[in-house]
Design a protein around this ligand. Structure first.
Ligand code: ZN
Length: 438
């Protein structure tokens, strides 16, 4: 009957529901528990729920989720240090914190059950990535208040592999351990993975190491980064772990081994994809903001927490056989979104379209103007690839305009620039210029 064996790789840390059709009922139970737990134990949540006119007994179906109030980073800052605390403080066994780029840190707290759940989620990542207890896992991410070190390490221990908490940086030590301990799995950020891959290559260590997999986390990745890491380290499999400190940390999902998106652990949280302007669900497969509601988190539960991260859901059954649902990779931040002629335009989306066009260089800018007639226009400036001459510009401009029109449903004019002429910065390069309000 079933042509694909469901969850073939998840024997020890399987989904908590048996078939895709069982997920809504499972999530509803968790949602009811969360709303009731927050109502009873958190003055912050009770006030918010009262303001929204929702009481726990009003949650009767998953569609009632849409009646719940939103929360966000500003709530964590305004109520610093522990606004979402929903248990007596003595129940808290762990604090983590993310270094906010602006203002105060975000502080999150965990009960022992929260930690246990997180480690089960993380162990599931390792199982889904095909590890066995014979594997040796070298963890080169930051430790301490940051969630990555604790998550990667304790998750690997829970799974039962040998863990090597090497920490970030220190390429000398990393290379020594790769050779002496015959590490088979490397866990790191994409930038660290690239650095280490280049170092291994420069030292000619390829034949003396035993790496077979790389698991990336805590940073946005691109196909180009992954391809370079694979090539330089000689590994076949590179996985990507998404994560958000407010949720638990990394380990709440894993990229699919069939390279068909990121499976996320829907038995621990509900993921909504909403239009960041209207806060209504986007059409299936459309890009929107990731909004999280936890199903069993005790210490600091999340109710419709706006992450500002953008992605889209991937519909249908995954060829890998896993029943856990999927989303695409993170496509940018909703703070960078521009509304142009009624259409939401995201930097990550422009990025994605341009990266598929042959002959386009690595830098671009999207500029938005308002004419005297009140009409908005968009101009895309892109660099031509270094191998091409100016003679190619007209055809390239046509290709860019067509692809943008086809994918974003908006028209634009295109200017082609010479390679290396658009500004670059070591930090975050600004690529979207909305000049309409000026
Ligand atoms: Zn899959």
């Amino acid at each position: 009957m079933e042509s694909v064996k469901l969850n073939p790789m998840l024997r020890r840390f399987p989904p908590k529901y048996a078939a895709p059709g069982d997920l809504p009922a499972f999530q509803l139970q968790g949602l009811q528990w969360t709303v009731s737990h927050a109502w009873k134990n958190s003055p912050f949540y009770r006030k918010r729920l009262q303001e929204a006119g929702v009481a726990p007994e009003g949650i009767r179906s998953l569609s009632d989720l849409s009646r719940l109030p939103f929360t966000g980073a500003e709530d964590l800052r305004d109520g610093y240090p522990l606004p979402l605390l929903s248990v007596p403080p003595r129940e808290i066994v762990r604090i983590h914190s993310s270094s906010g780029t602006t203002g105060k840190r975000k502080i999150l707290c965990y009960t022992q059950k929260d930690i246990d759940d997180w480690l089960d989620m993380f162990a599931r990542c390792y199982e889904m990535a095909g590890l066995s207890r014979e594997d040796r896992v070298q963890i080169c991410v930051g430790y301490g208040l940051w969630t990555a070190g604790a998550g990667f390490q304790l998750g690997a221990e829970k799974f039962g592999a040998m863990t090597i908490p090497a920490g970030p940086g220190n390429l000398e030590l990393q290379c020594t351990f790769l050779q002496d301990l015959k590490t088979t799995v490397l866990c790191c950020t994409a930038s660290m993975g690239l650095l280490l891959a280049e170092e291994v290559n420069a030292r000619g260590l390829r034949g003396r190491i035993a790496l077979s997999k790389v698991i990336l986390g805590a940073e946005r990745t691109s196909d180009a980064m992954i391809a370079t890491i694979k090539e330089l380290l000689g590994v076949k499999e590179v996985y990507d772990i998404p994560g958000l400190t407010e949720l638990y940390g990394p380990g709440t999902g894993l990229s699919c081994r069939a390279e068909a998106g990121i499976h996320y652990w829907a038995d621990f949280y509900i993921l909504e994809i909403l239009d960041p302007e209207t806060l209504q669900p986007v059409a299936p497969g459309e890009i929107g903001e990731m909004v999280y509601t936890t199903l069993s988190k005790e210490g600091a539960p999340l109710i419709r927490y706006r992450s500002r991260d953008l992605t889209r859901l991937i519909e249908g059954t995954c060829p890998c056989g896993c029943i856990l649902p999927r989303h695409d990779r993170i496509l940018g931040r909703s703070d960078d979104m521009v509304v142009f002629r009624g259409v939401n335009v995201y930097p990550g989306q422009v990025d994605e379209v341009l990266s598929r066009i042959d002959g386009v260089g690595s830098e671009y800018q999207a500029l938005f103007h308002r004419g005297k007639d009140g009409k908005d226009t968009m101009t895309i400036k892109v660099e031509r690839a270094p191998r091409l001459g100016e003679g190619a510009d007209a055809a390239l401009a046509r290709a860019v305009a067509e692809e943008i029109k086809h994918n974003l449903m908006v028209s634009c004019s295109v200017e082609i620039a010479s390679p290396g002429t658009l500004p670059r910065s070591e930090k975050k390069t600004r690529r979207i210029f909305d000049n309409r309000a000026i």
